[in-house]
Ligand binder design. Sequence first.
Ligand code: SRM
Ligand code: SF4
Length: 600
Amino acid sequence: MSADPKPAEAPKLTAVEGFKTASDYLRGDIAKELVDGAPGFGKGSVQLLKNFGTYQQDDREQRKSREGAKSVREISFMIRTCVPGGKLTAAQLLAAIDMGDEIGNGTIRLTTRQSIQHHGVVKGDLKAFMQKVHTNQLTTLAACGDVERNIMCCPAPIHGNSVRDQMQAKLDELAVHLAPRTRAYYEIWLTDPETGEKQRVAGGPEPVEPIQPVEPIQPVEPTELVEPIYGPTYLPRKFKTAFALPEDNCTDVYANDLGFIVVHEQGKILGYNVVAGGGMGVTPSAAKTFPALAKRLGFVPPEDVLGIAEAIVRVQRDYGNRADRKTARLKYTIHTMGLEAFRAKVEEYFGKPLAPCHPTDVHGFDDHIGWFEQGDGKYFYGFNVENGRIVDRDGFQLKTAIRKILRELSPGVRITAHQSLLFTGLAASDRDRIAEILHGHGVKTSEEISTLRRWSMACVALPTCSLAVAESERVLPGLIDSLEPVVAKLGLSHDAFTVRMTGCPNACARPYNCDIGIVGRTLGKYTLFLGGRLLGDRLNEQYKDVVPFEDLAKEITAVLTCYKAERKAAETLGDFCHRKGIEGVRTWANEWLAGARGHG
Ligand code: SRM
Ligand code: SF4
């Protein structure tokens, strides 16, 4: 007797999907747990909180120091504030720095996606913190979580070139369009329990009309009307978008789930090449995970940017893998469906066919560091902030110096995708004053730091990041210190190549498409990657694994020596490694290290 074929079982959804489904548009038990007197939140709330830009963490070193005694985690929170396109006012950055002093751990962190992170906020201060962010006309809504994150865009205020202005304006439209609509944010964070009075969520970085109270919140049925784009369970995973110019891919557009590359002629934007399915994160224990560059999908005119973005988000919403968070990003949806089937589905949701991509592609990259004319009679100054950390230390009063610049010169502010700052709208005479303020506080100007340091970038990692397996931000500056004399001796001081370090393979500093990627493998050991490039349009390849931190300088020196010896004129480091082949570089470098080439 043959058994009836069993109907295919629907795959079991992840726990996070369960929390979202039961949450009533991200509310869950957050409001209740916020005032329950416990130092942290329960499992469900911890996941939901991410959609409001906050992560429950603890300082892992504090944890360690308690070993031997009863190990207690001192819970605190990381809070990320969205800054679409990195655009801020001086007052907003000043307020963010003050909040770090008053409620956080005394520092703030500019991120690799042009936003701001605070650490060390305790639960009892969370609501006050969110309200201060709101008063500062910014929001933490969707800074993290299974939604569209902070959208990136070249931040340079070059007004003579109206293409940049048009692109930046398009970003503002898209950021509003893809923002979650749930009122949970107002209710949980912006409602005064005494009066029940609510405030509206700040819209963005422009300086500000007075905050208007919103109409009273009405109970809403949990239908798609609440979240017309996301629906009640939002996306299967985080979703990231960036805009770039062909001549300036400073946002690393190919590392994003969704990218728009401007196609322009004579100061006019003809449209955008749409690229989809980029992402860096890898889980080493899961062979099915991989870093990917976004694939070229099609071309849209400017008026279709919102529509195509929404269509792609909806396809990911409906076809992304909700049964396995490791393979839930858009890159896996495209991999599983196949690019052609994915494009067809996007066209179906978009309601019309996509035109083929325009031949335009990225061909330049500018970190905007230095002194530049804006095209409106004013200037901007790109100021390198090492690894985005704004802090005061003995003999290095960076936070105080930045405060002084902001207060005295009141510049516009932009955060770059390289964790640095642009001070904008300056007068020619401000240049000397900025240098004077920086020097007076023990801080070098951008012109005084090496090209090597300028193009380096590290993720946060220890002690706050729960996923870190190795150091990053705290050790990269030292590694750069050791490499600077080597680079100078080899005559490579003016060569720009990206060195990016992360404390784990999740790749928050985008190490998989740069020239030299250094990825934490285990405490004190790293995997080295070579062969990507500044332009961000090529993945690198694993060069050496499990390299002790102490050996990194030596290993990189060997690679740079090989590059110096055999490169073609004007060939970049990444292009050289790619042409010679990783095996070829490895053999050469190993011989050099062994002394077989004379000076190992
Ligand atoms: Fe990231 C998770 C920090 C940009 C890929 N990232 C985290 C968490 C929240 C750790 C966690 O889940 O517990 C880190 C917070 C640590 C801390 O203590 O602050 C963290 N990511 C950062 C930041 C602050 C790094 C920095 O030094 O600037 C960046 C904040 C960006 C922002 O403002 O929104 C940051 N993260 C990135 C990027 C780069 C980018 O987006 O251009 C990536 C690679 C691109 C990508 O998304 O694939 C990235 N972060 C990840 C991943 C891996 C995702 C994946 O698909 O596998 C995780 C882990 C996860 O999501 O499960 C992660
Ligand atoms: Fe943490 Fe890893 Fe991201 Fe670094 S790359 S911040 S260690 S998750």
